[in-house]
Design a protein around this ligand. Sequence first.
Ligand code: GDP
Ligand code: GDP
Length: 446
Amino acid sequence: MSLPTVVVVGRPNVGKSTLFNRIVGGQVAIVEDRPGVTRDRKEVEAEWLGVPFLLVDTGGWLPGGNELDEKVSRQVEAAVEQADVVLFVVDASVGLTEDDESVAHWLRHLKAPVILVANKADNDRRENERWEFLALGLGEPQAVSALHGRRAGDLLDVMLEALPEEARQPVSEIPLDDEGETLWNPNDVAPPRVAIVGRPNVGKSTLFNRLVGEDRSVVHDMAGTTRDAIDTMVDTPDGPIVFVDTAGMRRRSRIDDSAEYYSMVRALRAIDGSDIALLIIDATEGVTSQDQRLAERVDAAGCPIVVMLNKWELIDDADQRLEILAEVKRKLYFVGDSPILKISALTGKGVHKLRPVLQDAIEQYHRRVPTRDVNRVIADAQSRQPAGHGVKVMYALQGATDPPTFTLFVNRELPHTYLRYLERSIREAFEFGSTPIKLRVRKRSE
Ligand code: GDP
Ligand code: GDP
């Protein structure tokens, strides 16, 4: 069965690729603030609440070939014709334009549902400006901020509802027999991968050398998936760990701007497939906007983060220390409960604190919760706050790890807000911390 297709359209600069990245979790395409940076992919498989779909970005397309040559335009038009759902993006910070009207005019003849997305609704005021777009005759505009993620989940809920019924069935995983044991068994899974990411010069290589060098039993260097990252497997008392080092790039480029850009690209590649990311920050510089952007992307990719404030030994003023910690809380608020370690990679001070933190994070990521405990938590959550209308979860289990994935067997479709509530309940009960968890829903007749 082919995946349902969701096509993103709209005039240039409204934020289509930002939205695209937000939906696919920042793993594939890279958006830059300046024009002319090519996008490396336009089509990718994405998933929301366990429902997979193909997401297509139409780039600079305008109906009739205004932007690209006519041939490309016709191909894009054919893709839009075959879409199951169209996300038509407009810019709430600019308001309605003629180009929006011509796209809308073209879209009105489609059979597929069109969802009007008023992007750049970064705050309440902007959100209210969405009503202007009612004039397009495409129904109620959904306000989002693709950049900040505001209401992106609500948009995806609406998108899911608009997919054809048969496409909306979540894929199920084969439920594993999982009585008893809750712990990750290091012998039967690939060793966890730990990515070391950060801006140039924050101390990534110094830390990497310390982590790897201090340990006598480095097993071997493995060729990384890309030439710009080096994987090194280290035998630790907690079992083998693969460290993925993204350092080394800083010497290669002359222009600072592009160095930052490529460190971002490399970091994203390295975290793709990593179980946890060590985000290194130069404490003497505080949290810069580049640090913030990198953290946002890592977080969006679903990779748990440990924040490492490096060069801590250079900050001897107590007030300054407090100030930096407050800044981390403020500027990296979205990483939530992620551990924050103060270290000096140069002297080695504080580096030992990483071990228990890594152990915890990796254990959380690989953990399997016994079925009876999952069911107890779901039952408690349902009795505290029933879904209503006789809808209920009859049975639940953890079907997979990495990340922890729970399968809920339900009698009827659960409201998405209720799914979020259950997700929160599971997260809190089993202390998953910053580890992303997934829910899959399967309908089962009573
Ligand atoms: P596209 O040409 O439609 O793919 O647009 P892009 O995704 O490249 O975005 C164009 C510009 O708008 C970029 O500078 C983005 O950072 C910015 N942008 C995208 N989404 C938002 C948003 O939600 N809020 C704000 N303030 N800016 C955004
Ligand atoms: P990378 O580009 O992130 O890999 O950074 P490096 O590991 O090459 O470090 C950049 C510079 O910061 C080097 O001169 C290091 O000696 C220095 N450095 C790294 N960690 C520390 C630290 O904990 N304290 C101090 N004072 N300097 C450090």
